[in-house]
Design a protein around this ligand. Structure first.
Ligand code: ADP
Ligand code: ADP
Length: 233
């Protein structure tokens, strides 16, 4: 759980064109926000700023009230679990991939140990939502998985680290909407008190978010709940 605040954030890449024009928003600790908007609106830029791949030229970005300008990239990576659209898994068992997230890369990990780690991180439902659940975890190789299964494993691999913040960068956008719904409802169950930022472009992805930010050309065009935005048209 962590609160995320953007305060009048102004940002330009090296070419000097202003991408974010004094952007302000607040994500209360433990809540979920979806950031939507057309391609080029600045969604990925927000993610890059959160990891300090770049620093803003104006304004501040705060996590739990602390300006991240004074926080190392390493600490930010530990605090923010990111799941990209096309996750890359090791061509190893599902168990190996999830154990890697738990920091046991290269070690022999028994199913019992994995199950305990998954219980601690409360991600058991996620693993059980894989077609064969825990049973084939140790045997199946990553690259034989379908797109949806791969993203489930990638999310589990991130969640097992129990990061206070989860950043979904179009994590389910490439999947069919039924698979997407499946994954999102599981995620909602296992991730209730985690601050979640979902960068998305499809409406179904964001219906459940506590707050939706509609970004347009680096400005906040709208902010509200799903139903409110629909009512406003
Ligand atoms: P979105 O994720 O909403 O599609 P981005 O944050 O990727 O938008 O991009 C916002 C704007 O910043 C776009 O106009 C894009 O062309 C520009 N941009 C992205 N990356 C760079 C970069 N490395 N250098 C210059 N401009 C960039
Ligand atoms: P680690 O194993 O170092 O804790 P993770 O497995 O959680 O890191 O993966 C985060 C990795 O993704 C980091 O190496 C980080 O540099 C990279 N990353 C973070 N945000 C983005 C982004 N928006 N686009 C591409 N790569 C990113």
């Amino acid at each position: 759980e962590a609160r995320i605040t953007f305060e009048n954030v102004v940002f330009q890449y090296d070419d000097g064109r202003t991408i974010l024009h004094g952007l302000s928003f607040d994500v209360p600790a433990g809540s979920s926000v979806a950031i939507v908007g057309p391609s080029g609106a600045g969604k990925s830029t927000i993610a890059r700023l959160l990891f300090r791949f770049y620093d803003p030229q104006g304004g501040r970005i705060l996590i739990d009230g602390q300006d991240i300008a004074g926080v190392t990239q390493e600490s930010l990576r530990a605090a923010i679990g990111i799941v990209p659209q096309d996750s890359v898994l090791f061509n190893e068992s599902v168990g190996y991939n999830i154990a890697y997230g738990a920091g046991s890369a290269g070690d022999e990990v028994t199913e019992t140990e994995l199950r305990r780690a998954a219980e601690d991180a409360a991600i058991l439902p996620f693993i059980e939502s894989l077609p064969q659940g825990f049973d084939t975890m140790v045997g199946e190789r990553g690259l034989k998985l379908s797109g949806g299964e791969k993203q489930r494993v990638a999310i589990a691999r991130t969640l097992i680290k129990d990061p206070p913040i989860l950043l979904l960068d179009e994590a389910t956008s490439a999947l069919d909407s039924r698979t997407e719904q499946d994954i999102l409802s599981t995620l909602k169950r296992v991730s209730q008190r985690r601050t979640t930022i979902a960068i998305a472009h499809r409406l179904s992805t964001i219906a459940d978010a506590d707050k939706i930010l509609v970004l347009d050309h680096g400005r906040l065009a709208e902010e509200g709940r799903h139903t409110e935005l629909l009512e406003r048209g």
